[in-house]
Design a protein around this ligand. Structure first.
Ligand code: FEO
Length: 403
């Protein structure tokens, strides 16, 4: 039955019934200028099964898509692969509507759902590597803790070799093209990088361990269906996104030096430019970002595959500039690895901003490998040359990590 929003078939008896959020601009502090999708999937087996739901305001869209192929009250089982509210926001209402026989989640998922909905949702735990029997189909479940919540779980549809991977391998990208191979490859790489850098990065080591555990199961995978963004259905794309994830986990040093700064009267901006010249002179790649015009989530996308971070701030009210503090707070929480650090900036009558910058680097675990460049008021040529030489020195140090 044709509806305003219709289900899309992704495999025999398996349909995408999610929602497209064309307007999402901010996902808890991560700027999502391309919107997102909340993917939910319906398996039309002996037991009609819904994999995940959508953010609460998008329930009507999901119900429309489900209704285009089956009466939603016929759903027998709901599997919650991830408890965050973009996937469970309408779970209590869905349960009220469909009255499913069972709601399944990981053991930590059951706890998270209980904490979120205070007893409104009674979920049953499926153990790690346990199977949910759907009659003619079977779902093998795998705990994937900290990709990116403790409850996170993969579910694998044995009969279709289809991996429902929740947030893993996803991205915030609103697109009417459901499959990755229908979208621009460069855009997918950019948005996948940005998603991992802004959501999953602090847990990169645990992601590596989980992916090793998953690969050891030797399950053939013909499709990866994440909870956000396009579905990976070709072997080429599946191998590509797996290799991206290997790289995200390893975070090897690269020649890119991210230089972020903010400035009041242009002094710190001039230091940033001179620093970048020095970086380039040694064969590394400066990426200069003024925090007036670029937000913290874009900085993280750049930083995840960089080798060094140089931060410049003017002094304001005995401390660092607010945009710099904002960005460093964010970086400190996301904990990028294999990054060398450097500091530069300008001041009027005290050096307190430099102490503050140093403390941020310590908390982020980014080693400072050079003396600061500290310019009183306006940097003269000698001070600009010092910034240039620091850029060169940072690049040289970085190259020793790469070769
Ligand atoms: Fe897409 Fe962690 O929620």
């Amino acid at each position: 039955m044709t509806k305003p929003f219709n289900a899309k078939k992704i495999a025999e008896n398996v349909y995408w019934v999610g929602a497209i959020d064309w307007q999402l601009a901010d996902f808890h502090g991560y700027k999502t200028e391309r919107g997102t999708t909340y993917n939910a999937f319906l398996i039309l087996g002996e037991k009609i099964t819904l994999i995940d739901t959508v953010k609460r305001p998008y329930m009507e869209e999901m119900l429309s898509r489900i209704s285009s192929i089956v009466d939603p009250t016929k759903i027998d089982i709901i599997v919650s692969n991830h408890a965050e509210l973009d996937h469970t926001g309408c779970l209590p209402e869905m349960i009220k509507l469909a009255a499913p026989e069972k709601v399944y989640a990981s053991p930590m998922g059951v706890k998270a759902i209980d904490d979120l909905f205070h007893g409104q949702v009674k979920a049953e735990a499926v153990i790690d590597k346990g199977t949910i029997d759907l009659g003619d189909f079977h779902l093998t479940c795998l705990e994937t803790r900290m990709i990116h919540w403790p409850d996170s779980m993969f579910s694998y549809l044995n009969e279709r070799q289809l991996l429902f991977s929740q947030d893993a391998f996803g991205m915030h990208l609103a697109t009417a093209k459901l499959f990755a191979d229908e979208n621009c490859p460069d855009l997918l790489k950019r948005e996948s990088d940005k998603y991992f850098a802004n959501i999953v990065l602090p847990y990169a080591k645990m992601v590596g361990a989980t992916l090793t555990k998953f690969k050891a199961l030797n399950l053939p995978v013909s499709m990866i269906a994440p909870d956000h963004g396009p579905i990976w259905r070709t072997q080429e794309d599946i191998q590509k996104v797996l290799s991206w994830y290997d790289n995200y986990v390893a975070q090897p040093f690269t020649k890119k030096v991210v230089i972020i700064y903010d400035t009041m009267w242009g002094s710190t901006q001039r230091l940033a430019s001179a620093f970048a010249e020095g970086v380039e002179a040694e064969g590394c790649v400066p990426r200069v970002i003024c925090l007036k015009s670029t937000d913290r989530s874009e900085v993280m996308r750049e930083l995840m595959n960089a080798g060094a971070l140089a931060v410049g701030s003017c002094t304001m009210n005995n401390g660092i500039f607010p945009t710099v503090a904002d960005c460093l707070t964010y970086i400190k929480g996301l904990k990028p690895q294999n990054i060398l650090g450097a500091i530069f900036g300008s001041y009027g009558w005290n050096l307190l901003a430099f102490e503050e910058l140093k403390a941020y680097f310590e908390k982020a675990g980014i080693p400072l490998v050079l003396p600061n460049v500290q310019a009183k008021m306006i940097p003269d040529e000698e001070k600009l040359l010092e910034a240039y030489e620091n850029g060169r020195a940072l690049a040289k140090e970085l190259l020793t990590k790469i070769s």
